[in-house]
Design a protein around this ligand. Structure first.
Ligand code: SF4
Length: 281
């Protein structure tokens, strides 16, 4: 599996976030801060020591983040958080400078994007992928019309943590949405996810020929009416075992993006979904 992850890098220019919607209830940033007994409240957003990581260099003069990486950006906050407005412009400059990498961020604040864009954004930077997060029908109906209207080159819908069945047919425009990725919620208090909700989203994507990915089961999972409690370390693997991804490359990227990056595929692993009675309770 290791090689699959060698194409990724993380960049968290700031840390901390405020909760704004039902999907935030058991936010992993808060859970991780609690686990590590952070002295600072999770709701207080602050710049990190890695703020300028994309343009930092090694002794030999090359960038610390190698060319060609998918850089997961701002995963311990929200890139469009209002508290971070004073710092974002510098981030856009770094992103533009590193046009040899893709920068991928998820947001629950897509309604703020228009006011957060740099002046030269135009129809979008080619190297920026934006994931609009939706967790229930109400938030999907609010965020996705805005998302579709914005000038963005690469759009993903992140239906996670999936809290109920969703009908996203009105928003699945194959000319604009490159991928839908979905999964359940992690953590001790996680709300349950039903496999039927996942399969419904898959069907909606297949009908529109949009790439679909089931990225994790979450901690409490129903399949065929049977309840499973799934350990954190097994949640990604169990979703992969379902083997229901559609038009997703071996690097867990939408085919369109993967093709442009010219990666060599790994050999997929052969496993079975929820075949292990240890997972059932
Ligand atoms: S927007 Fe994301 S990072 Fe911010 S509180 Fe909600 S779940 Fe956490």
């Amino acid at each position: 599996m290791g090689a699959r992850y060698s194409i990724y890098a993380d960049w968290n220019p700031w840390h901390g976030c405020t909760k704004i919607s039902p999907g935030c209830k058991y936010c992993y940033v808060y859970r991780q801060d609690e686990m590590y007994s952070s002295a600072t409240q999770s709701s207080l957003c602050r710049k990190t020591g890695a703020f300028d990581l994309p343009i930092r260099k090694k002794r030999d003069g090359s960038y610390k983040i190698d060319p060609g990486k998918i850089v997961f950006t701002c995963f311990t906050s929200d890139f469009l958080l209002k508290d971070a407005d004073p710092w974002r412009e510098e981030c856009w400059r770094m992103i533009k400078k590193r046009s040899d990498c893709y920068f991928y961020f998820f947001t629950k604040r897509i309604d703020r994007l228009a006011q957060c864009l740099p002046p030269d954004w135009g129809s979008g930077y080619e190297n920026v992928i934006i994931g609009c997060t939706v967790e229930n029908q109400d938030r999907a109906d609010f965020r996705l019309p805005i998302f579709l209207d914005l000038p963005i080159r690469h759009r993903s819908i992140i239906a996670s943590p999936l809290l109920e069945a969703l009908d996203l047919r009105a928003y699945l425009d194959p000319d604009k949405i490159e991928e839908l990725s979905t999964g359940g919620e992690s953590g001790v208090q996680a709300r349950p996810c039903d496999y039927d909700w996942i399969l419904s989203l898959r069907q909606q994507c297949v009908e529109k020929d949009i790439a679909f990915r089931f990225h994790q089961t979450g901690a409490h999972f129903y399949k065929d009416g049977k309840y499973y409690r799934i350990r954190r370390r097994d949640q990604l693997a169990q979703a992969a075992k379902a083997n229901i991804d559609y038009r997703i490359s071996d690097y867990y990227l939408p085919e369109k993006v993967a093709k442009s990056l010219h990666f060599q595929p790994d050999t997929p692993e052969q496993t079975t979904f929820l075949d292990d009675e240890k997972g059932a309770v």
